[in-house]
Design a protein around this ligand. Structure first.
Ligand code: PRP
Ligand code: MN
Ligand code: MG
Length: 181
């Protein structure tokens, strides 16, 4: 296998920039939920790396749970079709829930997940996403914690895949044209 970095057109955020931003978000989150408790809910699979690094910026113990839904196919476009592939293990009624995501693209996935979770009578539901594409939004989402707003271009790395590839790349970047052809 060739080096993943060879397939990048440009690096948008380095490993260090990502970690620095997550540390800032983690501090805000820790302050906001102090004394209330929070359940982190990750969305498989893209959010795995954000969850792992964000939760380790927090100085105290926090529980996590996971959902898996289908939204994209294997390509680069959101279909808007959301289906639960794996539900939460825990009952969230009365709990403060923080959804952890890698990216908000069209917003269709998170808008559906949020209303699904809100129907389970939690104390609150907020969203933390590392990346957001304001120009790709098809629905408005109130997102309390955003790492970076980015342009409407396809990005990979740090959990984000192109056809299941590049998730384990440490940086986030755009793919070179030769990868698509
Ligand atoms: C990607 C990404 C978000 C979602 C955003 O997940 O990780 O979960 O799409 O798209 P949207 O805002 O347009 O709905 P994907 O469905 O590719 O699954 P994955 O996390 O397993 O890669
Ligand atoms: Mn995802
Ligand atoms: Mg994907």
């Amino acid at each position: 296998a060739s080096h993943m970095g060879d397939d990048l057109e440009k690096v948008l955020y380095t490993e260090q920039q990502i970690q620095d931003r997550l540390a800032e978000l983690g501090e805000q989150i820790w302050n906001d939920y102090e004394g209330k408790g929070v359940l982190l809910v990750g969305v498989l699979k893209g959010a795995v790396l954000v969850m792992a690094d964000l939760m380790r910026t927090l100085p105290g113990s926090v529980p996590m749970d996971w959902m898996a839904v289908s939204s994209y196919g294997s390509g680069t476009k959101s279909s808007g079709v959301v289906r639960i592939l794996k539900d939460l293990d825990t009952d969230i009624s009365g709990k403060h829930v923080l959804i952890v995501e890698d990216i908000i693209d069209s917003g269709l996935t998170l808008s559906w997940i949020r209303s699904n979770l809100e129907s389970r009578d939690p104390a609150s539901v907020e969203i933390c996403t590392l990346l957001r594409k304001p120009d790709a939004a098809k629905v408005e989402i109130d997102c309390k914690y955003v790492g970076f707003d980015i342009a409407n271009e396809f990005v990979v790395g740090y959990g984000l895949d192109f056809d299941e590839r590049y998730r384990n790349m440490r940086d986030i970047g755009t793919l070179a044209p030769h990868v698509y052809s």
